[in-house]
Write a protein that binds this ligand. Sequence first.
Ligand SMILES: CC(C)(COP(=O)(O)OP(=O)(O)OC[C@H]1O[C@@H](n2cnc3c(N)ncnc32)[C@H](O)[C@@H]1OP(=O)(O)O)[C@@H](O)C(=O)NCCC(=O)NCCS
Length: 157
Amino acid sequence: MQTTKSSVEEELFQVRKLELSDINKGFVDLLQQLTVCGSISDEAFEERFQDLAKYGDDHVICVIEDNNSGKIIATGSVFIEKKFIRNCGKVGHIEDVVVDSSVRGKQLGKKIVGFLSDHAKAMGCYKFILDCSLENKPFYERCGFKPKEVQMVKYFV
Ligand SMILES: CC(C)(COP(=O)(O)OP(=O)(O)OC[C@H]1O[C@@H](n2cnc3c(N)ncnc32)[C@H](O)[C@@H]1OP(=O)(O)O)[C@@H](O)C(=O)NCCC(=O)NCCS
């Protein structure tokens, strides 16, 4: 079978769920490219990882590992909110999408969002929502989102 560049990249850049050992593969460094993350000890990472694992499919963090370098180069998460409205409907919230600055523009962000979107749909969500900067609006539009209403925030720290 002929191996094309895209099939090699497809093989190299597969989306999977976060694993505990990803702390040693630059996962936290990648999050630092998104926002303030701070350094996280192995103990704190494991504690949070186990806490989140209790939510099962209602909270999923996915990653792309570069199989050549063994580094985590993209990530994103989805939280499934259970509601009473809409006949006890569910809403998927997408959070913390980031692609390593060295590999942006290679469709990896879109791949992460696609994985999270498929998950939200499979979980029975009637919609999938997110907050983003104006700068990232075109990216999410390319991923199939459209603007709706306004974002409000109140910080406690
Ligand atoms: C936003 C981000 C995740 C995009 O990831 P990426 O892998 O570079 O994006 P992709 O290559 O998958 O781009 C998908 C499409 O969006 C377009 N796109 C991506 N970023 C864009 C931008 N800033 N402006 C306009 N279009 C953009 C691409 O051209 C591509 O278009 P196409 O479908 O026509 O080919 C990445 O730039 C990033 O990590 N930024 C810093 C962290 C961040 O801001 N995260 C978002 C938090 S809400």
